[in-house]
Each structure stands twice: as structure tokens, then as C-alpha cells.
Design a protein around this ligand. Structure first.
Ligand SMILES: O=C(CO)[C@H](O)[C@H](O)COP(=O)(O)O
Length: 258
């Protein structure tokens, strides 16, 4: 390991087992997958785990051996939070319009099954996350071990499949999800104490959380939802990720590959 980049095996605990798990997954994922001389355009996802991905890449920026290459990386965000992560770590920000082909992207997930199908969108960033991840040659998931599904998606993540919709279509989409696709429960995501009324995404849309119980065929469900008028994108990510790193609080990491 180069000087200036902390060794993973010598890291001090952050004092919070869950954060230790997220950091372990993210640092391992960066160290094992980011190829400094090959990757130039890097997608940075959203959520609390990917914070450590940006932090790790930032550490390489301060190392004389890697500094020059890392300073030339263009990082593509998946939303407002992600954009700030890139800037806070002094990485170079680019847009998906300028760089529609991405070498490698890292992101978190809400649930991951054994085939690396995903539920994402717990942070309401699913549209841009899907745009970035499907534009990437390699897409790597970083998560704590709670995100690993025992079998089918929908088993651990009980909040429902996040779906980004055009605001004026919310009644119609809600009805269609219940009547045509037989969702058990459909909610327009609310801002809670932070905002009266619905959550508004970075694309000025609403999010619906639709509970389908255990999802035996995520591809079919994704296709059915996507066909409803008013749906922008679903939080079902199909055949997109190639590896998932699941961190544990003791610093160990489980790697699942396709
Ligand atoms: O899909 C997402 C945001 O829309 C996040 O990647 C997902 O919610 C995981 O977040 P965290 O790393 O905080 O568990």
C-alpha cells in the first residue's frame, strides 16, 4: 500500500459497528476494482455507504504515487448528495451529458439477491443511479451485510419497490399498481417531519413505494411497472451489477460475484 493511503487492516473503529461495516465494504471495493491507469470516468452513487467510496478515492488523490492520475478522474454523480461528495473530496466533477460512457461505477443498494438483482431508491435517487450504472462498463455494489437478501428481493426490504413517477400521474399510477399489478400496498413517499407533502426527487418527480411482498421474478415486475403511463423508472436494477461487497462490523467483507 502506498504511503498516504491508510491500510484497510489497520483501520481504527469509527465507534459505530454499522459504519465500520460500510467503510470496510467501500474501501475493499475501491482497492480491488479501481484501475488507476485504465479507469478515467468514475460513477459515484448515493447513500451512506458510497460516502466511503468517495473518501477512499480522495485518499488516493493525496498519495504521490496516484495523485496525478486520480486528479484527472472525472466523477459522475447520481444526484445532489453525490455531487457534493465528489466536491468535498476534491475530485473532478463531470456530467453524464458530457461523459455518457462510464468506466466503472460504485453505488449502494437497499437489497441484493444472490443473482445480484437489486432494489435501490431508498434515498430517492434511483433514476440517476440507473442512468449512471447502466452507462458503466462495470458496476460495483457496496453495502453492509443487512442488505443481502436471504432469497427473494422484498424479503428484507419491506418498504416496497421505489418507483419514480411524473407528479401529475400519481393517482393513475397508484391505481394501476393496485388494480393491474396487484401491489399489496402503495404509498406516495412523504417528506415526514422534514417536509410537509411528498418527497420531490432531484428530477422534480415523486416517488411511490409499492409493496409486492417477495419478488420471484424481478425482471418481469420491472417490465410491468415500466409500462405504466407516468412511470419514469423503477428501483429494480436487473442484470446490471457485476460484484457486491458486503461489509461486516468486524471489518471483514463478503464478496459476491456474478
Ligand atoms: O439507492 C439508494 C439511494 O436512492 C442508495 O444507494 C441505497 O438506499 C443504499 O443506501 P445506504 O448506502 O445508505 O444504505
Amino acid at each position: 500500500m502506498a504511503a498516504g493511503v491508510p491500510r484497510i487492516d489497520g483501520l481504527e473503529s469509527l465507534g459505530n459497528p454499522l459504519e465500520d461495516a460500510k467503510r470496510a465494504a467501500a474501501y475493499r471495493a475501491v482497492d480491488e476494482n479501481l484501475k488507476f491507469d485504465e479507469h478515467k470516468i468514475v460513477g459515484i452513487g448515493s447513500g451512506s455507504t458510497v460516502v466511503y467510496v468517495a473518501e477512499r478515492i480522495g485518499q488516493y488523490l493525496h498519495d504521490s504515487e496516484y495523485s496525478e492520475l486520480v486528479s484527472k478522474f472525472i466523477c459522475i454523480p447520481t444526484g445532489f448528495q453525490s455531487r457534493n461528495l465528489i466536491l468535498d473530496n476534491k475530485l473532478q466533477l463531470g456530467s453524464i451529458e458530457q461523459y455518457p460512457r462510464i468506466d466503472i461505477a460504485f453505488d449502494g443498494a437497499d437489497e441484493v439477491d444472490e443473482h445480484l438483482q437489486l432494489i435501490k431508491g431508498g434515498g430517492a435517487c434511483l433514476f440517476q443511479e440507473k442512468l449512471v450504472s447502466t452507462s458503466a462498463k462495470t458496476f460495483i455494489i457496496v453495502a453492509d451485510s443487512r442488505k443481502k437478501s436471504p432469497q427473494y428481493l422484498g424479503k428484507n426490504w419491506r418498504q416496497g419497490v421505489p418507483i419514480e413517477i411524473v407528479p401529475s400521474a400519481y393517482v393513475r399510477v397508484k391505481d394501476d399498481l393496485l388494480e393491474q399489478l396487484h401491489a399489496d400496498k402503495v404509498d406516495i413517499r412523504q417528506g415526514g417531519s422534514a417536509k410537509a407533502g411528498p418527497v420531490v426527487t432531484d428530477n422534480s418527480n415523486f416517488i411511490i413505494d409499492a409493496d409486492f411482498g417477495e419478488i420471484k421474478d424481478p425482471r418481469a415486475l420491472h417490465t410491468d411497472i415500466k409500462l405504466l403511463v407516468g412511470v419514469v423508472e423503477t428501483g429494480l436494477f436487473i442484470d446490471n451489477a457485476s460484484k457486491a461487497y458486503f461489509g461486516n462490523s468486524d471489518g471483514t467483507v463478503e464478496l459476491v460475484t456474478k
